[in-house]
Structures are given as structure tokens and as C-alpha cells.
Design a protein around this ligand. Structure first.
Ligand code: ATP
Length: 348
């Protein structure tokens, strides 16, 4: 009863080297139907190579890729029900928007009427109906982006693979397109796998995401899981803002930093450790045994204010996030006592 359903896509111990570089190093991942899945990691971590292997443009050294339980590794790209949208939009410049969309369906030799209906539907859902007769050089960057997306969607792939799809857009348009992509994915009911190096973009859009580094999978999970429970120090640092404090666990559920004791949920015996805590899980306290910090800057972020501080005893940097109203009471140069939210601290 509780068995998880067979994933749409199973990536099983997949590996690929280029010479001595292990671009993808034994990655296993399950991706489910209708999921918006993000592959995230720093430059060179193997995201694009993994995506190209899924699309069939890169052969596997070892491992398997199963689609609905069937090994698709032997299939050439055009035989796979996965469609890759390239970083460069690769639109045909001499064709109108409509012709660009028609093209893929004509190649499939679909009846004219079917092509017409499907293209009309796709133009409507991507807000391109009014631009159907324009050529790519008469479109803005964001519009070209939408056409590229429409051209991929019109073929109704089971899975759409997107490599940095918003990379060429400015910040504002990028944020709008993030929401639009999410809406389109939801409406089309297609599984999206998106490659990005932008953690915020992944957090905003993805149902689940995977963090890669040096070809290895470090963690896969929902944005919340990865933000709240990062598997290691690298992930903790890569996603969102994280404070790290070096100190000692004293064996009595307490972490000691600069002589100040902080309860934590960890039981391990005495040892040196690094504690990680998000700025929103640091509180200001009146207690004399808190950790003393000096405020170095108060940064206004609209809804909240971030206090940048340094610990009094050893100058360790520490950020706190407060509501804008609460943060207003503090200024650079003040010394305050802080406490850590025990349940939210992680030890590495
Ligand atoms: P970016 O965000 O910079 O695009 P990425 O995470 O997509 O990076 P990949 O393009 O997958 O990374 O590359 C992974 C590693 O494999 C890198 O070290 C890269 O230099 C190497 N690599 C990728 N393609 C080739 C190739 N065709 N020949 C040799 N090395 C390659």
C-alpha cells in the first residue's frame, strides 16, 4: 500500500568521464510524473552533462536511465520522449513564430488539422497568439524565450529538459518567467527537469531539487528539506544564507562558543564541531549568558532587516534576520546578546 509509485524517470548509478574528469560520478535519482525538478550546483558540477545524457546526446560510461521502467540508454535522441530546450534558443530565423512551432510537428508527419489545433493551443497558453506571424528578430529576449519554450511544449514530450532556460534574461524578466514556467509546467502536466546554477531560482520553481558537486549527488529533496536540513556543510552554504560557528559540544546537549553555552538537540560526546544556523533562527536575548555580538551593519530588505554582527570574543561573523520593525531598534556599533533556536541548529 505504501510502496512509492514507479518513478517516471530512474537515473541509476550513472557515470560519465571526459579524460580524467569525472563529469558525472555515480548519480542515482528518481524523478516523478508531473514534477518540476531542478539540477543545481556550481559551475562544472556536471549538471549539463547529466541533462545531455538524459536527452541522448552523451553516451553513459556506466549505469542506466529508465523511463517508465524501460532502459532508454540505447535510444537516439529523436526516439526518446524527452525534449531538450537549449540554452541558445535555436529558433529558425527565416520562419515566423507559427512556422517555428509547426516545424517539429510536420517532421512527425501529423495531419494538418492536428498541427493547427495544437499550435493554436500552445500559442494561446504561452501568450504568443498575437505574435504568431512575427519572425524571431522582431521579438524581445523574453518573447524569444517563450517561443523556444512553446516549440518544445507543442511536441508534448513526457519530459522537458531545460538547460539554464532563463540565463539570458535580465533579473526582472527572469523572475517573471520563473513564475510563468511554473504555471506552464503545471498546466501542461509535463515533467520539467531544469538545470540552473541559481539557488534562488531552484527554490522558487522546483517541487524537488538535487544538489551536485564534482559530479556527485550531495542531496535530493524538496526546497524546504534542503533549506531546513542540508546534508552537509557544502549544501548548507550553497543554499540560502547560513551562519557557521566553530566551537565545542560539551556532551550535555550544549554547544559552547566563545565561552557561551547554547542548548542543542545533539547528543554526541565532547568534541570540536561546527554549528550551522540560519539568520532567522538567531534571537536577541536579555540573558547575561547569551553570546555577545557587536552589530557592524543593519541592512534593510523591505520586509525584514538583517543585522550583520561579529562575536565580541573572537570576531566570528554572524547574521540575524529580524522583522523590519524590530530591526529598526538596532544600529551599528551596539553590543547585544543572542541565543540560538536549539531545534534549528545543525552540527557538522
Ligand atoms: P556550468 O554550470 O558551468 O555549465 P555544469 O555543471 O553544467 O557547468 P558540465 O558542463 O556538465 O558542468 O561539466 C562537468 C565537467 O565535465 C566540467 O569539468 C567540464 O569541464 C567537463 N566537460 C564537460 N563536457 C566536456 C567535454 N565535451 N570534453 C571534456 N570535458 C568536458
Amino acid at each position: 500500500m505504501t510502496n512509492s509509485p514507479m518513478p517516471l524517470l530512474r537515473i541509476d548509478q550513472v557515470a560519465k568521464s571526459f579524460g580524467k574528469t569525472r563529469a558525472v560520478d555515480g548519480v542515482s535519482l528518481d524523478i516523478h510524473e508531473n514534477e518540476f525538478f531542478a539540477l543545481l550546483g556550481p559551475s562544472g558540477c556536471g549538471k549539463t552533462t547529466l541533462l545531455r545524457m538524459l536527452a541522448g546526446f552523451e553516451a553513459l560510461d556506466s549505469g542506466q536511465i529508465l523511463l517508465s521502467g524501460k532502459d532508454i540508454s540505447p535510444l537516439p535522441p529523436e526516439k526518446r520522449p524527452l525534449n531538450l530546450m537549449f540554452q541558445s534558443y535555436a529558433l529558425f530565423p527565416h520562419m515566423t513564430v507559427r512556422q517555428n512551432l509547426n516545424y517539429g510537428l510536420e517532421m512527425e508527419r501529423l495531419p494538418r488539422k492536428v498541427i493547427r489545433t495544437r499550435v493554436d493551443e500552445t500559442l494561446a497558453s504561452t501568450d504568443l497568439t498575437a505574435l504568431a506571424d512575427r519572425k524571431p528578430d522582431q521579438l524581445s529576449g523574453g518573447q524569444k524565450q517563450r517561443v523556444a519554450l512553446a516549440r518544445a511544449l507543442v511536441k508534448r514530450p513526457k519530459v522537458l529538459l531545460l538547460d539554464e532556460p532563463l540565463g539570458a534574461l535580465d533579473k526582472k524578466l527572469r523572475e517573471r518567467m520563473q513564475l510563468e514556467l511554473k504555471r506552464l509546467q503545471h498546466e501542461a502536466g509535463i515533467t520539467f527537469i531544469i538545470v540552473t546554477h541559481d539557488q534562488e531560482e531552484a527554490l522558487v520553481m522546483a517541487d524537488r531539487m538535487a544538489i551536485l558537486k564534482d559530479g556527485k549527488l550531495l542531496q535530493a529533496g524538496t526546497p524546504e528539506e534542503i533549506y531546513e536540513e542540508p546534508a552537509d556543510r557544502f549544501v548548507a552554504n550553497f543554499i540560502g544564507i547560513m551562519n557557521f560557528l566553530d566551537g565545542e559540544i560539551d556532551g550535555t546537549h550544549a554547544f559552547v562558543v566563545d565561552g557561551s553555552r547554547h542548548p542543542i538537540a545533539v547528543r554526541h560526546g565532547p568534541r570540536k564541531a561546527t554549528l550551522a544556523v540560519r539568520p532567522e533562527h538567531v534571537r536577541i536575548t536579555e540573558r547575561a549568558d547569551g553570546l555577545g555580538v557587536v552589530i557592524t551593519d543593519v541592512a534593510y530588505h523591505g520586509l525584514d532587516r538583517v543585522l550583520h554582527t561579529k562575536t565580541v570574543a573572537s570576531g566570528k561573523p554572524l547574521q540575524l534576520r529580524l522583522s523590519a520593525a524590530e530591526g529598526q531598534r538596532y544600529a551599528a556599533g551596539q553590543t547585544i546578546m543572542i541565543a540560538l533556536d536549539a531545534a534549528k541548529c545543525r552540527i557538522y
